[in-house]
Design a protein around this ligand. Structure first.
Ligand SMILES: Cc1cc2nc3c(=O)[nH]c(=O)nc-3n(C[C@H](O)[C@H](O)[C@H](O)COP(=O)(O)OP(=O)(O)OC[C@H]3O[C@@H](n4cnc5c(N)ncnc54)[C@H](O)[C@@H]3O)c2cc1C
Length: 357
């Protein structure tokens, strides 16, 4: 039996960010918390690996420097709708493309450097509430704790065990990694193709550079409007890959939970972060938001222990007041607008002046 004040379930960006931010507030948290994860580092993660500028400052705060991990700097954004294209160039990168396995492994090593315990190959099976303590049943030890942080992704067991409610459908994203077959290879260029809006896609197809000769081609469907969420997203990506004359690829993906201000994201002694709580509905961006969730959660957790009051009633309020909460709400509003049927019909005329990114 392992006893800790805090058990963080999930060693993804949100879980590790929560732990690292807690230690920034008070290094004594080191002995009082543990992260458990069903996987083992270095672990594969299906992801585009795109990290926007706004997250880089938080990462620098956690020790991220230019050469911490290999990445591609995206200076040229190509936005497409049918045969209409818009290119936005910037000397400073719009965002960087990382390899998720490497990025998560970098965060993992940061945790180890700070002496944070990460228990690998520990799958949480269920959680029960016993006399003001939470008991976690896993495939190995039993964990007893005062607070659980659900950082266990879109299919969160913490959500299920505590019957958290969610307003929106799950979004879906799939990708394939392929060799670049373009004549002119550009490792600093990324593409967002919204053409399939007219076919009911509530999202876009991306092409991100990976290294100097590979591309991460993927599709995001927010399913924010229930009327047409049953389109075959995987098939649309397959069609795109076929049109680009790729014949060998493997398409993989998983659901992304979207943020809504009316989602429940905490209960007594339980707090959700990252995908488990809900991320950006417009672009399906989750890494940056997960890092920020960790920061906000670390303040709420510290305050709960300082006041010995574990309802976490204030957590959502703090999130909504923060710049990330405001951005999540703003993106939800824009997603609802541009993925709606009337907008999908009008976009052909609106496209040349589109400034929604
Ligand atoms: C195809 C695709 C492309 C994407 N591209 C991008 C992108 O380019 N940029 C971007 O910002 N976002 C992207 N995302 C979203 C991004 O991957 C997620 O938002 C992000 O990983 C969320 O981080 P997290 O820490 O909340 O969860 P995760 O990274 O999912 O981590 C959850 C962790 O919990 C562990 N876990 C789960 N259940 C249990 C359990 N029962 N017991 C113990 N451990 C458990 C898992 O092993 C995992 O390590 C993409 C998603 C998909 C599907």
């Amino acid at each position: 039996m392992i006893k800790k004040d805090i058990v963080i379930i999930g060693a993804g960006p949100s879980g590790m960010s929560t732990a690292l931010h807690l230690l920034k507030i008070d290094p004594n948290w080191r002995e009082r918390l543990v992260i458990v994860d069903k996987g083992e580092f270095p672990k594969e993660k299906i992801c585009g690996g795109g990290i926007t500028k706004k997250c880089l400052n938080s990462l620098r705060y956690m020790g991220f420097v230019e050469n911490s991990i290999s990445h591609n700097k995206v200076k040229e954004l190509k936005i497409q709708f049918g045969d209409k294209k818009k290119i936005i160039f910037s000397e400073k990168p719009h965002f960087i493309v990382t390899r998720r396995k490497e990025f998560d492994n970098w965060l993992y090593k940061k945790c180890l450097q700070h002496g944070i315990e990460v228990h690998q190959n520990v799958r949480v099976r269920n959680i029960s509430n016993q006399n003001e303590r939470l008991v976690l049943n896993t495939n190995s030890d039993e964990y007893i704790t005062k607070v659980v942080v659900g950082a266990d992704g879109g299919n969160s067991i913490v959500r299920r065990e505590f019957q958290f409610t969610s307003i929106l459908n799950l979004a879906y994203a799939y990708h394939a990694i392929v060799e670049q077959n373009y004549q002119i290879k550009n490792e600093n260029s990324a593409k967002f193709d919204f053409t399939n809006l007219k076919n009911g896609l509530q999202g876009y197809i991306w092409e991100f550079p990976v290294d100097s000769n590979k591309l991460n081609i993927g599709i995001y469907h927010s399913a924010i409007w229930k009327n047409n969420h049953l389109i075959n997203v995987k098939n649309l990506l397959k069609k795109k890959l076929d049109s680009l004359e790729y014949d060998e690829y493997s398409i993989r993906g998983y659901p992304i939970r979207l943020f809504h201000p009316n989602n429940t994201i905490s209960r007594k002694r339980v707090i959700l972060v990252g995908d488990a709580a809900g991320v950006d509905s417009l672009m399906g961006e989750g890494i940056s938001f997960s890092i920020w969730y960790g920061k906000i959660a670390s303040y709420s957790i510290t305050s709960a222990f300082n006041t010995n009051e574990f309802s976490f009633n204030n957590y959502k309020k703090c999130l909504l007041k923060s710049c990330i909460g405001k951005e999540l709400v703003r993106k939800l509003f824009i997603a609802r607008m541009i993925y709606s049927l009337p907008f999908q019909k009008m976009i052909t005329f609106l496209f040349p002046s589109t400034k929604f990114l």
